[in-house]
Design a protein around this ligand. Structure first.
Ligand code: ACO
Length: 377
């Protein structure tokens, strides 16, 4: 549909609210959480530190960090009726649908954590701790694996890897999952965070806001893109065919997943970091095929369309080499972004203003009501 004057389709470039949580410089390819550069955080911090930073606006002390780790460990166990419920979901369901249902149902067991307001920090920690268990419970059942043990001894990254792989992850595997969790934890007013803030702005509760966010993240133009990148690589098959297949897709005006971004006009800094990890994991597994194909895809897409990679281009290759099935890529994203969603919801409660834009009406006016009996057919 053509753009009407005064309409900002997709709310592009609209500044909808003020926030202190995350800053993106789309022209220079910079991403900051609470003022800290994502490159420093990916190199030196952990997901737990980043979650604390997003919620409290400052890096934790050693004691605060240890306390948050303990809380995550203690909050991983799900209520038994919720485990039973997940065990009864059809195994062919998509994990993102299960996650959306799981988040929504968890609220029924946590009445004290669901009140809107600053007290929702308890709910933020509970949801962040519980998401890997919800994902792991469903995945392990459909894979015929024994039920997950909550494992309070593990970091969030190690626990998530353990939940999905059914084995102790290596140090390198834990590190790469931790980096992925750090990189995905927040991204300003992306679609799912906006959905969470819209829900919270009606004074609805944190769990409802996160349920909205999970449903929004599911879409292939947002969190679902990395799964499609792997489908693309499988479709291409070998590095020699990259040029032909990509050019053919572009000539049919198909979108190449993992490229382009609403805010970044240069390379997404998260893609830069994950590219390096894709190479490292490829080397450690003795399989650089994905890495080499993706480099070639990058070259062709940039040459033909001038587009840069986004965070989704390399993450799927990393997860696949770890042995994680593609339909769990977006749930991993959610297990990280939940920290950002909840930080934004808490911020929304502090400076609440109902989010309610308006639309330009294109329909008819002044129609005369026709009684049902006079409408024929
Ligand atoms: N492949 C091919 N062409 C593209 C792509 C792409 N991935 N992305 C944008 N374009 C083209 C569009 O066709 C359009 O071309 P045109 O002007 O000739 O019609 C132009 O670039 C502008 O595209 P828009 O859709 O207007 O840009 P927008 O800011 O709305 O899109 C989006 C951003 C949705 C991310 C888009 O780049 C896209 O669809 N990418 C693929 C999906 C993807 O990788 N999503 C993950 C994003 S990151 C995240 O959510 C974590």
């Amino acid at each position: 549909m053509a753009e009407s004057p005064g309409v900002q389709r997709g709310l592009e470039d609209v500044i909808a609210l003020e926030s202190r949580i995350c800053f993106i410089d789309g022209d220079r390819g910079r991403l900051l959480y609470q003022g800290y550069d994502i490159r420093d955080l990916a190199a030196h911090s952990t997901f737990e530190e980043v979650a604390y930073l997003l919620w409290y606006g400052r890096l934790p002390t050693a004691t605060q960090l240890a306390d948050l780790r303990r809380r995550f460990g203690a909050l991983r166990t799900l209520p038994t009726p919720l485990i039973d419920r997940i065990q009864s979901i059809p195994t062919e369901s998509t994990p993102m649908d299960v996650l959306r249902t799981g988040v929504s149902e968890l609220a029924l067991f946590e009445p004290d954590e669901t009140k809107p307001g600053s007290g929702s920090i308890g709910g933020a920690q509970r949801l962040t701790a519980a998401l890997p268990t919800i994902i792991g419970t469903f995945h392990r059942r459909r894979a015929g694996l024994p039920p997950i043990r909550a494992r309070p001894d593990l970091s969030q990254a190690a626990y998530l890897a353990y939940a999905l792989l059914d084995r102790e992850p290596t140090e390198l595997e834990t590190k790469v999952i931790d980096v992925a969790l750090v990189l995905h934890a927040d991204h300003e007013l992306n679609a799912s965070t906006f959905a969470a803030r819209v829900t919270a702005s009606t004074l609805s509760d944190l769990y409802s806001a996160v349920t909205s966010a999970v449903g929004t993240l599911k879409g292939p133009l947002h969190g679902g893109a990395n799964e499609r990148v792997l489908e693309l690589l499988d479709e291409i098959g070998t590095p020699e065919l990259v040029e032909t297949v990509i050019k053919a897709k572009l000539s049919r005006h198909e979108r190449i997943m993992g490229f382009g971004h609403r805010v970044y006009k240069v390379e997404d800094p998260r893609a830069t970091i994950l590219r390096e990890w894709s190479r490292k994991i490829g080397e450690s597994k003795g399989n650089l095929r994905y890495f080499e194909m993706l480099r070639k895809v990058e070259e062709v897409v940039h040459r033909e369309k001038g587009l840069y990679p986004n965070v989704d281009l390399y993450s799927g290759s990393v997860y696949t080499l770890l042995g994680i099935p593609p339909d769990l890529f977006t749930p991993i994203f959610a297990a990280s972004r939940v920290a950002g969603w909840t930080a934004h919801v808490l911020e929304e409660y502090e400076d609440l203003r109902l989010i309610r834009p308006t639309s330009k009406y294109l329909g008819a006016t002044d129609l005369s009501y026709v009684p049902l009996a006079a409408r024929g057919g």
